[in-house]
Design a protein around this ligand. Structure first.
Ligand code: COI
Length: 362
């Protein structure tokens, strides 16, 4: 890719890669050697650079620390079987990032900055993209207000960064979910479908309470009535019922998952009927009581496809069946991974390929 932005590259002299062990690593703990940064001042993005990964210098007056003007994306880069790197659905993630930025009154990012930043970052840190089954480089583009003001105001200066960390599966075992009917994640008209830091921070306390009761995650319900399913913290939620894929229809309090969208596309392609609709807690409980839920799983960038082992509704725990390797969710996950790693044709043009073999490292 042409370096239209004139990204300056300052390489680290000391790679940490040889000390990194994917098998013993924790998700999101080890950064790669570099990061991409861009700055927004006077309504213009500039100062594009790759730097060694290092702490940011922020004033204690930094506005994002006080008022939460922060937005992020979660994306993944895969090692393809020919050694090149594929980045999954760059444009779709960029579109969602900009939607979130708009909702948070932050400067939108031009596609070329997002895409070229990713390419530059992945080119210098290409060796960090793992190749073992079910692994990837988790990418975290994010933006923060970059203005020093304790007064409550919309920031005019922003910092956009891309960092990354090699990742295996986010969840290692089937999840025990707790259907939350008191606390809310997001209300209609709020920021629920924006990927802003506050949505996650606000979920910590109810999640902690659920964890203390032995649950892995919360299955959120709508804030107005607590009668309808929304999403599960780090993922959208999906069910196989009567051999159909059933998932809550998107609302302004549910994050529009890129993995959710990809799974729906693949399910349609496999000939499955897909229902995006309201699912009430009562309906789910009825179906669980009558053993009509064949599969339940979460779908997200980090989680990919995360099997759900049990769902607890009003103190009653409903266990889902043990899933065979041939479960529909695993068939879909395999297709997703096979597209990303180049094992099957990318007929939806979801992969942005970085041709490492042809790269001239500057
Ligand atoms: C993702 O799946 O990428 C997410 O952003 C969820 C979580 C890791 C914060």
């Amino acid at each position: 890719m042409e370096n239209i932005l004139n990204i300056s590259i300052h390489k680290s002299t000391d790679s940490r890669l040889s000390e990194f062990n994917l098998d013993t690593s924790e998700f999101g703990k080890t950064p790669t050697d570099h990061m991409f940064i861009a700055e927004y001042h006077n309504k213009t993005w500039s100062n594009f650079r790759i730097e060694p990964f290092q702490p940011l210098q922020l004033s204690p007056f930094n506005l994002s620390l006080h008022y939460g003007q922060t937005v992020f994306e979660g994306m993944k880069a895969y090692r393809m079987q020919d050694g090149n790197i594929s980045v999954f659905r760059v444009k779709k993630h960029w579109e969602r990032f900009n939607k979130s930025l708009k909702r948070m009154a932050m400067a939108e990012i031009p596609f070329e900055v997002f895409q070229e930043g990713l390419y530059a970052y992945l080119t210098v840190d290409s060796a960090w993209v793992p190749s073992v089954e079910d692994s990837s480089l988790y990418l975290r583009p994010f933006m923060i207000a970059y203005e020093d003001r304790v007064r409550v105001k919309v920031a005019e200066h922003f910092l956009f960064l891309i960092v990354g960390s090699p990742a295996k599966q986010y969840y290692s075992k089937p999840l025990n979910l707790y259907v939350e009917t008191y606390y809310s994640r997001a209300a209609s008209g709020g920021t629920g479908n924006a990927k802003c830091g506050g949505n996650y921070g606000g979920a910590f306390y109810p999640t902690l309470l659920a964890n203390q009761k032995g649950f892995d995650q919360i299955l959120w319900t709508d804030a107005a009535t607590h009668q309808f399913l929304e999403e599960s913290g780090t993922m959208n939620v999906m069910f196989i019922i009567d051999n159909k894929l059933v998932t809550p229809a998107l609302t302004d309090s549910i994050l529009e998952g890129v993995t959710r969208d990809s799974i729906i596309t693949l399910a349609n392609d496999m000939g499955l009927t897909v229902e995006e609709r309201k699912i009430s807690v009562n309906e789910l409980e009825n179906l669980l009581q009558n053993h009509k839920v064949q599969e339940a799983f979460g779908a997200g960038t980090a989680a990919i496809v995360a099997p759900i082992g049990s769902i607890t509704i009003n103190q009653t725990k409903y266990s889902l069946p043990n899933y065979s390797d041939n479960a529909i969710m695993f068939q879909i996950k395999k297709q997703l991974n096979d597209i990303r790693t180049g094992k099957i044709p990318d007929k939806y043009q979801w992969n942005d390929i970085i041709h490492i073999a042809n790269q001239v490292n500057s």
